[in-house]
Design a protein around this ligand. Structure first.
Ligand SMILES: Nc1ncnc2c1ncn2[C@@H]1O[C@H](COP(=O)(O)OP(=O)(O)O)[C@@H](O)[C@H]1O
Ligand SMILES: [Mg+2]
Length: 376
């Protein structure tokens, strides 16, 4: 099967070079659309599409959504309630002190330009702020070799369960597909341990979350593409955590595919091609489950994976739609972000909120054995 016509090598961390390369390809053989599956290149993909006159979101809006500081500023200006927050250059010790005083404990220390919960830490005191800032100072370049913003964002800690709203936007019109819930844990407390779609929510809370997400999408100006908006439902109402101008990760799109028959990665492709996804026609064979959930296996220590016990029993369970576990020998890093999973189970249920308990029960039957790393 022919999957592509050519591989063109260019420096994707140099926007001018990348846009130039795209122009040359487009002149030779017309491109139909531009997409990136990597968060760090979403702004570049939007810029290339705009430069070439291809369908895509406004680059400025993608830039705002991909920068947590700019997102906060934009939401504030739109009057959308959010946490107290302050941005501080990483080398500004005095600025850090006054920012902490402004935000107050407990707070969240986070980078503006990473993803997967990397370096996002809760701090209840000074020692934790200092440790989190020091950690960020040492992480100067991201996984794609891009220099990072040498800043830290402090946010008031928002108390409440977490959800995400999954939408797609075309011509500025927002189509919300549904709301996913999220369980959290791991070393930082912010590792995503599981999701269910649709979320267990009453109609009023669901409507509140959807309306907040839609207001936030409008406020940042995202007019095209699939969007995954994260929120916490606090005592004072929904509060935006962040807006991702791309389909959800962590198999959430699979949960939605099972329950709704909508394939959001496919929707992203249709939109990038300038087509209307609502006319694409999902697999509407009926008989779909009413809920789907994924539960992650999060490591609780570092070492080398020796064995995962119970995996075959889990795989044989009738509710299972997919199982995936790492192989023995896999090196385990601390479970402080969403990059360190040892596996996952995806289950479906015919009950509206039935999938999560099954997924949690099944994962509870799994036990992990580690061995010490042998000296090199
Ligand atoms: N202000 C906040 N209050 C409470 N929890 C937060 C806050 N900001 C982030 N978090 C937690 O940290 C997680 C990761 O932060 P997020 O801003 O989504 O960064 P990332 O881009 O790495 O996913 C969130 O899903 C949420 O659980
Ligand atoms: Mg997030």
């Amino acid at each position: 099967m022919r999957r592509g016509r050519a591989i063109v090598t260019t420096d994707t961390n140099d926007a001018v070079a990348a846009v130039d390369a795209a122009r040359r390809i487009h002149a030779e053989s017309r491109l139909d659309g531009v997409l990136s599956s990597c968060d760090y290149y979403l702004p570049l993909a939007a810029e290339i599409a705009a430069e070439l006159g291809l369908p895509g979101p406004r680059p400025e809006a993608v830039g705002v959504a991909c920068d947590k500081r700019r997102t906060r500023d934009r939401l504030d200006r739109a009057g959308i309630p959010g946490p107290r927050h302050r941005l501080v250059p990483l080398d500004d010790e005095a600025g850090l002190v006054s920012a902490v005083e402004h935000v107050g404990f407990p707070l969240v220390v986070k980078p503006t330009d990473l993803c997967a919960g990397m370096f996002v830490r809760r701090a209840d005191g000074w020692a934790e702020v200092a440790a989190a800032a020091a950690e960020l100072r040492r992480f100067e370049v991201n996984a794609r070799g891009q220099w990072r913003e040498p800043v830290v964002l402090l946010e008031e800690y928002l108390v409440g369960p977490e959800f995400s709203v999954e939408s797609w936007v075309r011509g500025g019109e927002i189509h919300t597909v549904g709301v996913t819930d999220k369980s959290l844990g791991g070393a930082s407390g912010f590792v995503e341990t599981g999701h269910m779609f649709p979320a267990r929510l009453d109609a009023a809370d669901r409507a509140g979350l959807v309306s907040s997400a839609e207001s936030a999408i409008r406020a940042v100006g995202l007019d095209h593409g699939v969007v995954h908006t994260e929120l916490r439902l606090t005592g004072a109402g929904p509060r935006i955590i962040e807006i991702n101008p791309r389909p959800a990760g962590n198999q959430i799109t699979e949960l939605i595919r099972h329950v709704e028959g909508i394939d959001l990665p496919r929707v992203a492709v249709e939109l990038a091609l300038g087509r209307d996804p609502s006319t694409a026609g999902g697999d509407d064979t009926g008989g779909r489950p009413r809920s789907a959930a994924v539960q992650m296996l999060v490591p609780d220590r570092v070492g080398v994976l020796d064995r995962i016990d119970g995996a075959s029993g889990v795989a044989a369970h009738p509710a299972i739609a997919a199982v995936d576990f790492k192989q023995p020998g896999h090196r385990v890093t601390v479970g402080a972000d969403n990059n360190s999973y040892l596996g996952s189970v995806l289950v479906t249920s015919d009950e509206p909120t039935g999938a999560r308990p099954i997924a949690e029960q099944l994962m509870a039957t799994i036990s992990v054995g580690y061995r010490e790393e042998s000296a090199p």
